[in-house]
Ligand binder design. Structure first.
Ligand code: FAD
Ligand code: FES
Length: 279
C-alpha cells in the first residue's frame, strides 16, 4: 500500500467506470480519473466526499483495494436523495471527488496480532480495504477473524468474497442474519451471537468494528467481557459532514471532529462520549 497522497480539497471530476449491484439497495461504484487528474491513494478506513452535481455532496468510505492504483471504489446503500442520485449514475457519467479524508484503521499497530473484524450491514464496506491489506501482508498478522451481520440473506454484502476469505488458512469468517427465511441454512441472530463460536486471545487481539452505533455498543460490551482492552478496540463513527477538513464543526463528537480526528477512533478515546451521551 502506498502512503496516502495529500487530500484533494476541491472536487475533481471522476468518471464512473462501473456500477455493480450488490444487493437490492446497495451498489458498488468504480471511479476513474476524468481529465487525467489522479484521484489519489488511500489507506483502509478513509473516506471521500462525493459530489453528485446538482444534488449534493456526501461522505462515502472507500471500499476497494488500496493497492489498485488509479481507481477508487465505493459501496453505497441508497437511503435518501444523495445516495439515490449517486447509485443511479451510469458508466461514463461524472461525479466530483474530494479526499481521501480521515484517520485509517490501525493496521501497523495490529501487526503481530490477531485481527478481529466485526461489521454490521453497510459497515463491511469500510472494512473491506483492511481485509485486502491484511491478506496482502498475511505474514504480518496472526489470525484474521471476520464476523458479519446483516438484516436478512438478501442484505448480505460481498457474499462470494466472504466465502473465499473463509477458506483461507488462519482465517475464520462467520456471517449471521437477523431474519433467515426458509432457505437460509446459516446463523440467525445479531452479530454478537457469533462470539460464542470464537476463541479469542484478548491480549493479542485488535478489534476493528463498523456498523450502526447500537450494534457497536453491544460489540464493545462483548469484547470487554472477554478481556480485550479499550485501547485495542477501534470503531468507525459517522456524523453529518460538510467541510470534511475540521473547519465547520458539523461532525463534532465531544472534543473531536469525526472528519479529521476519526472516523476511526479507539474505544479508549470514545468511551466517555459513548457512555455519557446516548449516541
Ligand atoms: C465517514 C462516513 C462514511 C460513510 N460511508 C458510507 C459508505 O461507505 N456507504 C454508504 O452507503 N454510506 C456511507 N455513509 C453514510 C452516507 O454518507 C449517508 O447515508 C448519506 O449521507 C445519506 O444521504 P442521503 O441524502 O442519501 O440521505 P438523507 O436524505 O440524508 O437521509 C435519508 C434517510 O436515511 C437515513 N440515513 C442517513 N444516513 C444514514 C446512514 N448512514 N445509515 C442509515 N440511515 C441513514 C436518514 O436518517 C433518513 O431517514 C458514510 C457516512 C460517513 C460520515
Ligand atoms: S465536517 Fe466540518 S469539521 Fe468535520
Amino acid at each position: 500500500m502506498s502512503s496516502p497522497a495529500a487530500p484533494l480539497l476541491t472536487p475533481v471530476p471522476a468518471c464512473v467506470a462501473e456500477v455493480r449491484k450488490e444487493t437490492h439497495d446497495t451498489f458498488t461504484l468504480t471511479l476513474e480519473p476524468a481529465n487525467g487528474q489522479p484521484l489519489g491513494s488511500f489507506a483502509p478506513g478513509q473516506f471521500s466526499m462525493l459530489y453528485v452535481y446538482g444534488v449534493g455532496e456526501l461522505p462515502i468510505s472507500i471500499s476497494g483495494d488500496p493497492n489498485e492504483p488509479g481507481r477508487l471504489v465505493y459501496t453505497v446503500r441508497s437511503v435518501g436523495r444523495a445516495t439515490q442520485a449517486l447509485v443511479r449514475r451510469r458508466a461514463g457519467e461524472v461525479v466530483g471527488v474530494r479526499g481521501p479524508f480521515g484517520r485509517p484503521w490501525p493496521l501497523e499497530a495490529a501487526r503481530g496480532k490477531d485481527v478481529l473484524i466485526v461489521a454490521g450491514g453497510i459497515g463491511l464496506a469500510p472494512l473491506r480495504p483492511a481485509v485486502y491489506e491484511i491478506l496482502r501482508r498475511r505474514d504480518d498478522y496472526v489470525r484474521l477473524i471476520v464476523l458479519y451481520g446483516a438484516r436478512s440473506p438478501k442484505d448480505l454484502l460481498f457474499r462470494k468474497q466472504l466465502a473465499v476469505w473463509g477458506r483461507l488458512p488462519d482465517t475464520q469468517v462467520l456471517a449471521t442474519v437477523d431474519f433467515g427465511g426458509a432457505s437460509w441454512r446459516g446463523h440467525v441472530g445479531v452479530v454478537t451471537t457469533l462470539f460464542r463460536h470464537l476463541r479469542l486471545h484478548p491480549g493479542e487481539t485488535v478489534a476493528l468494528v463498523c456498523g450502526p452505533e447500537i450494534m457497536m455498543r453491544f460489540v464493545v460490551r462483548q469484547l470487554e467481557a472477554r478481556g480485550v482492552p479499550a485501547s485495542e478496540i477501534y470503531l468507525s463513527m459517522e456524523r453529518n459532514m460538510k467541510c470534511a477538513v475540521g473547519s465547520c464543526g458539523h461532525c463534532q463528537l465531544g472534543p473531536y471532529f469525526v472528519c479529521k480526528d476519526g472516523p476511526v477512533f479507539s474505544y479508549e478515546q470514545l468511551r466517555p462520549w459513548m457512555d455519557e451521551h446516548e449516541l
